[in-house]
Design a protein around this ligand. Structure first.
Ligand code: ZN
Length: 683
């Protein structure tokens, strides 16, 4: 609902589902053939690189703009660590001090390798909890070994991490009962107390809810996003207060660095409008005034002319169990003009799709407001988009801005291309797809189908539908994000197989839909289970959404064998038999989930999610884990960033910006930690 990016959802699908060889856009790029995509591998993680095609064809001014924005994109890294858990910064710094400073330690020993792996995981997750599941990492080395490492590390390297703070750091690393989950949305618990994230300090869930309910003015048609940019804590007098994240507030030292680079960027923006809203963003960062953030967003969403674009701020609230507070993130990107043509066709026809949506007519939007869609090349990732990153984004999140001004939807082509190139030939299709014709379809249309799903999900799905009179939009509570993702996915799936897409020239054949249906059902019913630890349920919202959809349509179509499980040689396969009927079932579920959202029907929403999206069949789960392990495919991927190097002329002015593609994950992390770390250990 508030959270409208396809982020992890689509990211997950791509990492799990694509094995094709790059699709139409990438196959002729011979330079890409020699590019080393994967540069590191540890635990369940692949670290990849992405290319920034056409960077050199940008103007000098645009390159400069990207350079300044890319610096601003790195400067907020510490903020995210602290948001994820208040001890993440001292934990990271302790680990780094040991890693770079420990003397006389055997670095070939298994324990050292385990220590290094733990640090790599902390970097990847921006903290001690898994970036996707939110579970705290278990170190594979013991505390006495850690003490040995600490003893071998010069004390001055640890700065103020001494005494009780160092004791706490050790507890955070080694005590599994302390901060076990970053976000805990288990029904019935105090979600604030149970979650390790640092958005609330010393307040209970009911105090937090009371605080924000009191601020809500139901007559305000343009409410600010209350609580978005602050920590809620208790003042000395025991009163609940917000500590606002601004240049002079909490996280001030990092925000002032961001502002410094944004000021340089504003001076070389693409258009006067872009310069103006960048200055509004700067004012917002300086003051923390959420009205300025809305003002910035309204101007930003209307800017469809700029070639270079960026996101920089407190954007997504997945990390807050109550959904008020946003994690810090940034992306810098520029338009892929060629690929945007298809996306334009979809957004130009947004009203047609809305009018023909299989939902109750009263919940259709009579006037779909400016859904602007484009395909972009990302040039820099930061904060919550780094190293794990989305392949589609739809912003802004404020409901009233979306209602009155529309939203911007992007598909990130160079990230998808990198995933596909890195996954080529990993054996996944041979292992999990039974029919040879399905494997051929996937090789031919897998990437196209995936990108089309992203386009439809981001550009039409989230933007579609309307609420009934008097429904606020937050009634579905902790089930809200799962149901919202399901709604957008279903919209995409339903239209994917519509002849209208061929008629419009979006796709050449409905084979694209077939392969996407195959992939979606296989993933939702089976292969996404590779991300779940044995014995656990599905918790992450996007995974719940996919399980919900797949299980519901499977069950509804069981009698007709629309989709079936087939066993061959002891291995389970998912097979789609009737694509037309499957489309009909997607439409039926879309209708029901739209009704649930429009009417704020919490009970029906909860039942759908709990009955179809949570439980795991242990036998099938075990089989999937085994087959994945045999293939040695990492379930998650993320990226190192390119490096931008300004070149100066004799007068000291920037005459060019060069791009480099670093090969070393550890080096990038250590560089970011030494050169872009601005926050103290306690914030
Ligand atoms: Zn989404």
């Amino acid at each position: 609902m508030k959270q409208l990016t396809g982020l992890a959802a689509i990211l997950a699908m791509t990492t799990l589902m694509t094995t094709g060889c790059g699709g139409d856009r990438n196959t002729t790029d011979t330079a890409a053939d020699n590019f080393q995509w994967q540069i590191d591998r540890f635990d369940d993680i692949n670290v990849l690189r992405y290319q920034v095609p056409d960077f050199d064809s940008l103007t000098l001014r645009q390159k400069q703009f990207i350079y300044y924005l890319s610096q601003a994109a790195i400067c907020g890294r510490d903020i995210l660590y602290d948001q994820n858990c208040k001890y993440n910064l001292p934990v990271r710094r302790t680990l780094e001090a040991i890693y770079t400073g420990a003397d006389g330690v055997d670095k070939t020993a298994g324990e050292w390798k385990a220590f290094e792996k733990y640090l790599k995981k902390v970097w990847f997750a921006n903290g001690v909890h898994h970036h996707y599941s939110g579970d705290k990492f278990k170190p594979e080395f013991n505390e006495s070994y850690f003490d040995t490492l600490l003893a071998a590390t010069p004390a001055e390297r640890l700065g103020d991490i001494q005494g009780s703070l160092l004791d706490t750091v050790k507890l955070v690393i080694f005590d599994p009962t302390l901060y076990p989950k970053r976000v805990d949305q288990t029904a019935g618990v105090d979600m604030v107390a149970a979650s390790a994230c640092n958005y609330y300090d010393g307040v209970t869930q009911s105090e937090a809810e009371a605080f924000y309910t009191a601020l809500t003015d139901t007559t305000d048609k343009q409410p600010v996003s209350y609580g978005l940019n602050s920590q809620l804590s208790k003042g000395k007098d025991g009163k609940v207060v917000e500590r606002v994240w601004s240049a002079n507030g909490m996280y001030g030292p990092a925000i002032r660095e961001i502002v410094k680079w944004l000021e340089l960027a504003a001076a070389v923006a693409d258009t006067p409008e872009q310069e103006a809203y960048t200055k509004t963003l700067i004012e917002y960062y300086k003051t923390g005034d959420l009205r300025l953030f809305d003002e910035y967003n309204v101007a930003w969403v209307q800017d469809t002319k700029s070639t270079v674009d960026y996101v920089n701020g407190f954007i997504e609230n997945y990390g807050d169990p109550l959904g008020y507070k946003a994690s810090w993130e940034s992306t810098v990107n520029f338009k892929d003009f060629e690929a945007t043509k298809t996306t334009r066709i979809i957004s130009d026809n947004a009203q047609w799709f809305e009018d023909h949506s299989p939902i109750d007519p009263q919940y259709r939007k009579p006037h779909v407001k400016g859904v602007s869609a484009k395909v972009i090349t990302v040039a820099m990732l930061g904060g919550d988009c780094y190293p794990s990153t989305p392949i589609g984004i739809n912003l802004p999140n404020a409901d009233w801005i979306r209602r009155d001004h529309g939203s911007k939807s992007v598909t990130i082509a160079n990230i998808t291309a990198a995933y596909d190139a890195a996954a080529a030939g990993n054996g996944f299709a041979e292992e999990f797809i039974l029919r040879p014709e399905d494997r051929e379809l996937r090789a031919r249309w897998g990437t196209v189908g995936n990108n089309l799903h992203t386009d439809l999900h981001e550009c039409l799905g989230h933007a579609s539908g309307q609420l009934a009179e008097g429904v606020r939009g937050d009634e579905l509570k902790n089930y809200g994000s799962t149901l919202e993702e399901a709604r957008a996915d279903l919209f995409a799936l339903y239209y994917m197989n519509d002849p209208k897409l061929v008629e419009l020239g979006v796709i050449p054949t409905l084979d694209v839909a077939k392969t996407e249906y195959n992939n979606y059902m296989m993933n939702g019913l089976m292969t996404q289970l590779t991300r779940i630890e044995p014995g656990k349920n599905i918790e992450e919202a996007h995974m719940r959404n996919r399980a919900l959809i797949a299980n519901w349509v499977y069950e509804r179509g069981k009698e007709d064998k629309v989709v079936e499980f087939v066993t061959e040689n002891g291995k389970t396969f998912v097979m789609v038999n009737d694509y037309e009927k499957l489309r009909g079932l997607f439409g039926e579920l879309l209708k029901e989930i739209q009704r649930i959202k429009s009417e704020g029907d919490f009970k029906a929403g909860m039942e759908l999610v709990e009955n179809y999206g949570v439980k795991v069949d242990p036998k099938l789960h075990g089989e999937v884990l085994e087959r994945y392990a045999a293939l040695n495919i990492a379930p998650y991927s993320g990226f190192v960033n390119p490096r931008y190097i300004p070149v100066s002329d004799d007068k000291g002015a920037i005459s060019d910006v060069k791009i480099e593609y670093p090969m070393d994950y550890v080096e990038q992390m250590l560089t970011y930690s030494s050169d872009y770390s601005f926050l103290p250990n306690r914030n």
